[in-house]
Ligand binder design. Structure first.
Ligand code: ADP
Ligand code: MG
Length: 692
């Protein structure tokens, strides 16, 4: 067996199990040994039967005295009953629906049993314990037992069996981590770490294994970031001078005063643009903090230098919204702006005053001849057939990162000149996490909200107060405001009991607010329908919009003052915070009402945090600590995160340590000429990470 041996060749694994393993992404022995447990049960402490306490989960060792299969007439189930004895006493064992156990075991044999103890009037018992004969070496019991993420029809026992079978390849896997690091940081070798992470001898060796494997993950990520950054800096970018006077004038004409951090961020960007190496900056700022205007200033400065700017949004709706905002801002200039999406193509310029529809070919031609200054669109803007003669700046809104591959493609079409990149995100990313997943980017942060904004009042509303909430909403609407209602699903058929957009819409429209204009919105609707609905909401014709999470990013309707979220427990704090950010964007006092049918303490505690803070960074720190980086950043599209399986990205010490080594290595050997193994490792790594 070697690292690439496919798992169907492992003894005991048939085509069915192989298929299930593939579902988990496990194809080869290598995949298997890098498939880490997500938790452990500590059965290493073997107890005497007489010491057992009701409710504890533990392991015992004893002899089988009795063993019988029975049918339970009442429940139509198979029961396997056993009586086990050690020096100190006896315990009754019951297994449900596992009649084969009787064939695996026999009276007189000695076995380990691990499970939860019940002590009732009937005496001591254990139900469905895992077991193992004492003669064999112990995989499933009498140790710290790994528990793996699994799928239907694949038991923990099966996964453990497979991993155990593959584990010998850990002896031939090469440990390519820089020797010096292993020595100085006192790390254990890769093979040991892999063996111990699956079947730890004890708590301490498990800890050492975790330390080693976590270090690897973070270190390689940081190295990768560094390598990408170095690579990027070899490209040449157009020098875009800061046109101070014109920019000042532009800012003076804005209907508001820029906040301090808007000014600082803009300044960071202007400084970057003046260099002939491409900017690669992330502008982070909570919803409503005013990132767009910073991006527009950067675009304007780019245009003043006779270069084009691209403004990319994740959805058609947002692209359109940006287009409308931007043409308003440049209404009295001679700047031409186009909207370029698969569905809609418009050109606006200050001279003809209205946006006209164009064919795809025509618009591509206009861009190519340099007649368009700002190109706004979805990703289709950078499609293969579009050429940009003077591209200076690419802005990516709510996408977090521009792909390495797309960047290369663009550079090829911009004749070896690499544009400057500005990504924008409203997902507040804790510093430790930003370092690891955005290590290749420079970061600017907008930390305060524009003046005059009131804090949105957030309330977790119990169902008995639901009608009061509706009354409140009605009053707000009478005062001229509007409301959003967010539901987790489109229709009811998907999951029982979870609020859906369609049924909620029916209810509100027919029963609760029959005299109000209510509309619904979800991702499966036609673009033209969506546009129509949003238009009516924008001009305050529609009062309530019932929607799925499509409304999450970027939508800007300052008149909306109520955000009502159904099934709030089904969303991460980061998402909920994003929803809340859809209101409180004007000068009106705004409200966010959270509803849930899940009253577990954990859920309530989590939702109550939203009531107490509107600091997105705090919320994300909290989510990172309690839920880990995985599911929290579901909406951070990051191939990077998929590479983090075990490292705790809130562990600042670990990250600092890895960062120190990364800096040291790249400082002395930026091309990694003396670190061939590391270089190879990174090439392999970059194949797995698709950098979106
Ligand atoms: P986001 O950062 O979420 O993308 P936007 O850029 O859409 O936020 O800004 C939200 C709203 O705030 C917009 O209507 C914008 O015109 C307005 N705005 C931006 N900056 C300021 C400011 N300094 N003062 C007042 N309003 C501002
Ligand atoms: Mg935005």
């Amino acid at each position: 067996m070697d690292l690439n041996t496919t798992l169907d060749q492992v003894y005991g694994i048939g085509p069915n199990i192989y298929k299930r393993l593939q579902k988990l992404g496990l194809n080869t022995a290598k995949d298997a040994i890098f498939y880490y447990p997500f938790r452990y049960e500590d059965f290493s402490n073997i107890k005497q039967i007489s010491e057992l306490v009701d409710g504890e989960t533990t392991t015992i060792r004893g002899k089988i005295i009795l063993l019988n299969n029975k049918r339970s007439p009442r429940k139509k189930m198979n029961l396997t009953e056993a009586l086990i004895e050690d020096d100190s006493g006896q315990i009754q064992i019951i297994w449900f629906n596992q009649p084969f156990i009787k064939n695996n075991l026999s009276v007189g044999e000695e076995i380990y049993l691990s499970g939860t103890i019940k002590n009732s009037l009937m005496g001591l018992s254990m139900t469905n314990p895992s077991y193992e004969k004492t003669l064999r070496d112990t995989t499933h019991t009498a140790r710290i037992v790994p528990i793996y993420p699994t799928t239907e029809n694949l038991t923990q026992k099966q996964i453990r069996y497979i991993i155990k079978k593959c584990l010998p390849v850990s002896y031939i896997i090469e440990d390519t981590l820089v020797k010096e690091i292993i020595e100085q940081e006192n790390l254990i070798c890769l093979g040991d770490a892999i063996r111990q992470i699956h079947f730890p001898d004890n708590e301490e060796s498990l800890q050492k294994a975790r330390e080693r494997l976590s270090f690897d993950e973070v270190f390689y990520l940081l190295c990768l970031s560094k390598a990408i950054k170095n690579e990027n800096q070899k490209n040449t970018a157009p020098i875009i001078k800061f046109r101070e006077e014109k920019i000042k004038k532009f800012v003076d004409n804005l209907p508001f005063e820029l906040t301090k951090s808007q000014k600082i961020s803009a300044w960071d960007i202007f400084k970057d643009l003046e260099k002939n190496i491409p900017m690669n900056r992330l502008l982070e700022g909570d919803v409503g903090s005013g990132k767009t205007i910073v991006a527009i200033m950067a675009s304007y400065n780019t245009i003043l230098n006779e270069h084009q700017a691209i403004f990319m949004a994740p959805t058609q709706i947002l692209a359109k919204q940006h287009f409308e905002k931007i043409i308003q801002i440049f209404e009295n200039s001679n700047i031409s702006i186009c909207l370029f999406t698969n569905k809609e193509r418009l050109i606006y310029n200050g001279k003809n005053k209205i946006a006209k529809t164009f064919s795809k070919a025509k618009i591509i031609n206009e861009i190519k001849t340099g007649n368009i200054n700002i190109i706004i669109g979805t990703h289709s803007v950078i499609g293969k057939d579009v050429e940009f003669p003077h591209l200076g700046l690419v802005i990516v809104d709510e996408q977090h990162r521009f792909g390495v591959r797309q960047r290369h493609e663009l550079i090829e079409r911009t004749k070896d000149i690499s544009p400057h990149f500005l990504s924008m995100t409203a997902t507040p990313i804790p510093r430790s996490l930003a370092l690891t997943i955005y290590g290749d980017l420079d970061i600017s942060r907008i930390t305060e909200k524009p003046l005059g904004r009131q804090k949105t009042i957030t309330k977790l509303v119990s169902n008995k107060n639901r009608s009061r909430a509706y009354e409140f909403i009605y009053n707000q609407i009478e005062k001229g405001r509007q409301a959003f209602v967010i539901c987790p699903l489109i229709n009811d058929s998907d999951k029982l009991g979870v609020k859906s957009v369609l049924s909620e819409y029916e209810k509100l429209n027919n029963d609760i607010f029959p005299n109000l204009d209510i509309k619904f919105l979800h991702g499966k609707m036609k673009e033209s329908e969506k546009n129509e609905i949003l238009k009516n909401f924008a001009n305050n014709k529609t009062k309530i919009l019932v929607s799925t999470s499509v409304i999450e990013v970027g939508i800007d309707y300052p008149n909306a003052s109520i955000m009502m979220i159904e099934g709030a427990d089904r969303f991460g704090l980061a998402s909920l915070h994003q929803f809340r950010g859809r209101v409180g964007r004007g000068t009106h006092q705004s409200y966010c009402f959270l509803f849930t049918d899940n009253y577990s303490k954990k859920t309530i505690d989590r939702l109550e945090i939203l009531e107490s803070t509107d600091d997105g960074f705090k919320l994300s720190e909290f989510d990172l600590k309690t839920r880990g980086s995985g599911d929290l950043y579901g909406n951070v599209q990051s191939g990077f995160l998929s590479q983090i399986k075990i490292a705790d990205l809130s562990d600042f010490e670990l990250i600092k340590k890895a960062q120190k080594w990364t800096n040291e290595i790249f400082l002395s050997d930026p091309e990694l000429t003396n670190h061939k193994e590391l270089k190879d490792k990174l090439s392999e790594f970059i194949k797995n990470v698709h950098l979106e």
